[in-house]
Design a protein around this ligand. Structure first.
Ligand code: ACM
Length: 639
C-alpha cells in the first residue's frame, strides 16, 4: 500500500464512575492538502452506546463494530495538524491493546473514501506492560518429541537416529500409499525438513513392517522399535497416526538432538482419549483462502485432531457458494463503505469479500478425508444472520420494526424469522446443496446468541406464537430448531449446534450433539438432558482469548484470560458425574477470528494452545505433563 495520508491514534483511559472508561482519538493529516467536510469511520470491538458523549466531535452512527463521527461544523484539518476528540459511553472497558480501532477511513466532502492508518490502542493513566513469557522453558524426562503424547510408551533412547524409514520387503501397496501420504504431509508442513520416509531401501535407514490387526480399536496403533520397526494398526487412521508418530520422533531427534532422541528399543501402545478431537475456524469474520484452510487441516492431522468444524456463515459474511441463491456470496460477503454491508473488524475504504466455491469445498473435504479429518460444516442460524438477510431481504418480516432487537455483537434484527415459510424453503435448498458437499453425518446449525427479545416485534412471529401456543423468543427458537432437525433427518443427517439449541424446549436429544461453550457446567446440564456434548468452554478453549492480563498482550477477554498452561491442564470432563461421562464425546478448540487481522496474530494466539488441546483430546490425564509439552510445543508447525 502507498504511504498513508492520514493516521488515527487512539488511547483509552479509565474514568471514575464509568466502568467503560473513554477513548481519545487523534487524526493526523499527513497529506499536503487541508480537508474539511469529512467524516471518520472506524471499526472497534469496544463499542460505544447509542448516545455517546463526544468532545469536539459529532457522533453519526454505529452498526455493530462500525462507528462514524464528524468534526464540528467548519473545522479544517490542515496538513501536519491533528483533530483530537474524545468519546465516553462505552459498553465495556478496553483491557488490551487490540481493543481499540482496528481500521479506519475518511469519507471526504466529495464522497470518496480514503484509508486511514491505525495501530495499537494506547493505555492512558495506567501502566502499560508486555506479558511475561507465555511458555516456560520445557523439560523432558523421556527424550521423545511426541505431541500428543502416547497413552502408553516404554522407550529406550538410541544414540543415533535412522536417516529415513523404508518399507520392509513385501509391504502392501496400501501401506506404501500410507507412507507416501504421511511423507507428503510432513513435506507440506516442513519444507526444509529431511524426508522421514522413502519407498526404497535407504543406507542407514530402518525398515518398517506393517501388521494389520482388525481387533484393535479405531485410531489405535502400536509401534515396536528394534533393528527394524513394526507398526501394528487397526484401521487406516491408526496406521496414519503411527506413521505420524514416527515422523515426529525423527523430526525432534534431528532438530534438537540435545533434547530429543529416537528410540533404539521399546514400544508405544497408543489410542485416543476422546473420539471427538476438534478444531473450529470462523471464516466469516475474516476470510481464509483455500491454501490456509488446507494448511490448518494439515496441522490438525499432524496433531491427530480429527474434526474440522468449519464456521462458514455469520453476521459478517456467508462464505459458502449456494447455487440456488447466488446473492449469498455477492451481497452476502462484500463489506465496504458503499456496499450493503458496512466495514467491520478491520475493513477500511476498500471493499473486501471472499467465499468458497463448491469446487473449493469438495477439494478441502477430500483433502481432510485423506488425512482422517472429518469436516463438519456450520451455517449459523437463526441468529448471526445479518449477511443472509442482506442477501435475501425477502426473508424479513416487512412489518417488524427495524432495530427492534440487537445481538450481543450489536447487530440489529439479525435472526432468520421462524414464522416466514420462505425461511424453510431457503434452508431446505441450502441443506440440499450442503449434503452433496459434506459427507459428515452432522451438520452444525449454530443456534447461539439469539438475543432475548428477538422476533417479539414481528407480527408474523406473534401470530405463529398465538396459533401454536408458543412462548417467547426461545419457544420460537425451539420450534424453528425442531423443524430444522426434521429437515436434516429427511436428508439423512443429524443436528449439531451450540449449547443454546437446548433453550426453550430444545430439540430431540437422540443423535444430537451440542457444544458447551458458555461455561463448563453447561456441558453437564446438556448431558443430563440427554444430549451428546463436546466441550468447547471459552474460558479454556477459545483461542482468540488473551493469554495474559497485561495490556500489551493481544486478544479478546470477555471469557477471561486463558494462559497456555490453563488450556493445557484444564480437564473438560472435570465435574461430569460418572454416569454422564459417556455423553462427553470430546473436546474442541475454537478459533474465532474477530481479532485475527493477519497471520502473525493467528499464530501468536493459536499456538501453542492448539497443541495443548490436541494433547487434552488424546492423552490420558495421568500422562499429561506441562513442562514436557512446553519442550515439544515449539516444534509444532504454524499456519
Ligand atoms: C459462540 O461463541 N457464540 C458460540
Amino acid at each position: 500500500m502507498a504511504d498513508a495520508h492520514f493516521r488515527l491514534e487512539n488511547s483509552w483511559a479509565p474514568i471514575e464512575g464509568d466502568d467503560g472508561g473513554g477513548f481519545v482519538f487523534t487524526l493526523v493529516n499527513l497529506s499536503d492538502a487541508p480537508i474539511s467536510g469529512f467524516t471518520l469511520a472506524y471499526t472497534s470491538l469496544t463499542r460505544v452506546k447509542d448516545q455517546p458523549a463526544c468532545g469536539n466531535a459529532r457522533f453519526l452512527r454505529r452498526n455493530a463494530n462500525f462507528h462514524q463521527f464528524a468534526p464540528l461544523d467548519g473545522f479544517v484539518l490542515e496538513p501536519g495538524a491533528a483533530w483530537q476528540f474524545s468519546v465516553k459511553g462505552l459498553w465495556r472497558p478496553a483491557r488490551h491493546r487490540t481493543d481499540g480501532a482496528k481500521s479506519a477511513y475518511l469519507t471526504l466532502a466529495d464522497g470518496t473514501h480514503v484509508d486511514v492508518a491505525v495501530d495499537d490502542l494506547m493505555l492512558a493513566g495506567r501502566h502499560s506492560e508486555p506479558a511475561p513469557r507465555l511458555l516456560p522453558e520445557g523439560k523432558v524426562t523421556e527424550p521423545f518429541a511426541l505431541l500428543p503424547y502416547p497413552a502408553e510408551a516404554q522407550l529406550q533412547a538410541g544414540e543415533t537416529f535412522p536417516v529415513a524409514f523404508y518399507p520392509a520387503d513385501g509391504t502392501s501397496l496400501d501401506d506404501q500409499k500410507a507412507m507416501q501420504a504421511v511423507g507428503a504431509l510432513y513435506r507440506r508442513l516442513f519444507s526444509v525438513g529431511h524426508a522421514p520416509f522413502a519407498l526404497g531401501s535407504v543406507h542407514e535407514g530402518r525398515a518398517l513392517k506393517f501388521v494389520a490387526d482388525t481387533t484393535l480399536p479405531k485410531e489405535t496403533y502400536r509401534l515396536d522399535f528394534g533393528s527394524d520397526i513394526t507398526l501394528t494398526y487397526g484401521d487406516a487412521a491408526g496406521r496414519a497416526y503411527g506413521l505420524t508418530a514416527l515422523a515426529q520422533l525423527l523430526h525432534g531427534a534431528r532438530l534438537e538432538p540435545q533434547t530429543f532422541a529416537f528410540p533404539a528399543s521399546g514400544f508405544i501402545n497408543d489410542t485416543p482419549r476422546y473420539g471427538w478431537r476438534g478444531c473450529h475456524l470462523d471464516v466469516s469474520r475474516q476470510f481464509y483462502p483455500v491454501a490456509d484452510i488446507t494448511r490448518l487441516i494439515d496441522i490438525l492431522a499432524w496433531l491427530r485432531l480429527n474434526v474440522f468444524h468449519w464456521h462458514l456463515t455469520d453476521d459478517e459474511a456467508w462464505r459458502l457458494e449456494i447455487k440456488a441463491y447466488p446473492t449469498l456470496t455477492t451481497l452476502g460477503v462484500l463489506r465496504g463503505p458503499d456496499e450493503p454491508m458496512l466495514p467491520q473488524l478491520g475493513n477500511g475504504a476498500q471493499p473486501v469479500g471472499g467465499f468458497y466455491t463448491q469446487e473449493d469445498v469438495k477439494a478441502i473435504v477430500a483433502h481432510a478425508a485423506s488425512l482422517h479429518v472429518e469436516v463438519v460444516p456450520e451455517i449459523d442460524i437463526p441468529g448471526h444472520s445479518t449477511a443472509t438477510l442482506t442477501a435475501l431481504p425477502d426473508l424479513v418480516d416487512g412489518q417488524e420494526a427495524p432495530d427492534s432487537y440487537r445481538s450481543v455483537q450489536g447487530y440489529p434484527n439479525n435472526a432468520l424469522n421462524p414464522a416466514i415459510e420462505e425461511t424453510y424453503v431457503f434452508l431446505g435448498k441450502v441443506l440440499d446443496e450442503m449434503v452433496e458437499l459434506f459427507p459428515s453425518k452432522l451438520i452444525h446449525i449454530g443456534g447461539d446468541e439469539v438475543a432475548a427479545n428477538t422476533w417479539m416485534a414481528s407480527p408474523l412471529a406473534r401470530k405463529l406464537m398465538e396459533k401454536e401456543g408458543i412462548e417467547g423468543t426461545f419457544g420460537l427458537q425451539s420450534h424453528f430448531m425442531k423443524r430444522i432437525q426434521g429437515m436434516l433427518a429427511e436428508r439423512g443427517r443429524k443436528l449439531a449446534g451450540w449449547d443454546e439449541v437446548s433453550h426453550g424446549g430444545g430439540v430431540d436429544p437422540a443423535g444430537t450433539l451440542l457444544m458447551a461453550w458458555q461455561k463448563p457446567e453447561v456441558g453437564i446440564e446438556l448431558a443430563r438432558e440427554g444430549y451428546d456434548v463436546v466441550m468447547t468452554p471459552g474460558q479454556a478453549y477459545y483461542l482468540d482469548m488473551v493469554q495474559a492480563t497485561e495490556w500489551q498482550e493481544p486478544g479478546a477477554s470477555w471469557a477471561g484470560t486463558v494462559p497456555p498452561q490453563h488450556t493445557y491442564t484444564y480437564e473438560a470432563v472435570g465435574e461430569f458425574p460418572e454416569e454422564l461421562k459417556p455423553r462427553m464425546r470430546g473436546v474442541q478448540a475454537c478459533i474465532w477470528s474477530e481479532h485475527f487481522l493477519n497471520r502473525d496474530y493467528f499464530n501468536h494466539l493459536v499456538f501453542p494452545r492448539l497443541g495443548a488441546i490436541a494433547e487434552a483430546a488424546w492423552t490420558p490425564k495421568d500422562r499429561k505433563d506441562w513442562l514436557r509439552f512446553a519442550a515439544i510445543a515449539p516444534l509444532v508447525p504454524k499456519l
